[in-house]
Design a protein around this ligand. Structure first.
Ligand code: MG
Length: 389
């Protein structure tokens, strides 16, 4: 049985302020609606997504949202006069083999994969389920600005979406409805369905009022993008009187063979940074086939990788490199290497680790045929940029 999602985004959303409907306003790097749709379209248990649009919004959706959804199983349909009409249109636009459906407000962009999973699991267990948060504030009923009475909060829940159902059940509930409803749970109850509650999420807020975009942005700001990458390199010994490791010239009775200065440790570190960025490797950026890199100082490569990281707002927070060789001894030079790298990269030396090991005389390094190096880079992008509203 396939599971699908209907994302309702046909409202005008003018209460949130701004020149365009709230679902198209920017939240960090993409519109609110793109966040909402991606949460479902990328979910491992969701097979298809239908986004219900206002008839006037096809162009803005195509310009602002669709580019974020390339290759994902997302289609659109037109909404109706009320939210219920829009949901019904979305349900009718679902693939024919849909068994269960989650119906979600397009203006809840911070819905998590875990919450979606909880609702799906509960639908399969109980038939219908929706997330909610227990009400923690005291609730008053008021008249003319005066407290009229107090509503006991025991047993009160604030409803969220996605609300999940078997498609046949919620289709029948919509088709049998006598008028518009607040949400699909209301229609389900009217149709006699039992709806179980799963734990909602405090961050699953609905963008309704002007301050909500700012709150959502703040919540997203807590999300850091942390990356690690690895790098590995080998260079063979050849005749010579020194080697260069992490930019430090070390006297030795052999040199290292290579197209550039053969700085095997700096190459591994550079590839680790490229790896964290998912941006290729040294060989792609600086092809050995190009004569201009012959004998090049490897700091050119490292500086390039660091610049790519900075371009994407990443900070290099840590580098760890292990150099594998029988000779020369690395330990006496490791602090100089760390200081050299720190200067090149612009971070403190205490965030750079240079270690060395032999390979117990085993393999090519053990036979003294060359040096291998492996490295790990950790990159961090702090919270997202401020939103525009
Ligand atoms: Mg190399």
């Amino acid at each position: 049985m396939k599971t699908a999602a209907v994302i309702v985004a046909a409202g005008r959303g003018r209460r949130a302020g701004g020149d365009i409907p709230k679902q198209y306003q920017m939240l960090a790097d993409k519109p609110v609606l793109a966040h909402s749709v991606l949460a479902f379209a990328r979910h491992v248990d969701i097979d298809a997504v239908v986004v219900v649009l206002h008839p006037d919004d096809a162009a803005i959706y195509g310009d602002l949202v669709a580019p974020h959804l390339a290759g994902l199983p997302v289609t659109t349909c037109e909404g109706g006069a009320s939210r219920s009409d829009s949901v019904l249109n979305g349900l009718r636009a679902l693939p024919g083999d849909t068994g269960a459906v989650l119906i979600h407000d397009g203006a809840r962009p911070l819905v998590t994969a875990a919450l979606i999973s909880r609702v799906i699991a509960a639908v399969f267990k109980t038939g219908a389920a929706a997330p909610a948060m227990p009400v923690s504030d005291t609730i008053w009923r008021a008249e003319a600005g005066q407290v009229h009475s107090l509503i006991r909060r025991q047993g009160l829940f604030a409803a969220q979406t996605p609300q999940g159902f078997h498609l046949a059940d919620i289709l029948a509930a919509h088709q049998g409805a006598s008028g518009p409803a607040t949400d699909d749970v209301e229609l389900a109850l009217t149709a006699g369905l039992d709806v179980s509650i799963v734990s909602g999420s405090a961050r699953n807020l609905k963008i309704t009022m002007p301050g909500d975009l700012r709150r959502a942005n703040t919540l997203m700001g807590g999300e850091m993008d942390i990356r690690t990458g690895n790098g590995f390199d080998v260079h063979a010994f050849e005749a010579g009187d020194h080697i260069t490791l992490c930019g430090i010239k070390i006297p030795h009775d052999q040199g290292l063979a290579g197209h550039s200065d053969a700085d095997v440790a700096m190459h591994a570190l550079t590839d680790a940074i490229y790896g964290a960025l998912a941006k290729g490797d040294i060989g792609q950026w600086f092809p050995p086939s190009e004569p201009r890199w012959k004998g090049a100082a490897s700091e050119i490569f490292l500086r390039h990788a660091v610049a790519l990281a900075l371009d994407e707002d990443f900070t290099i927070t840590h580098l760890d490199c292990t150099i594998i060789c029988e000779t020369p001894k690395i330990g006496p030079h490791s602090n100089a290497m760390r200081a050299r790298l720190a200067g090149l990269i612009g971070i403190n030396a205490d965030r750079i680790s240079i270690k060395a090991t032999t390979s117990e005389r085993l393999g090519f390094t053990g036979r003294g045929e060359g040096i291998a190096a492996l490295a790990t880079a950790t990159l961090l992008k702090p919270g997202k940029i401020a939103c525009t509203a």
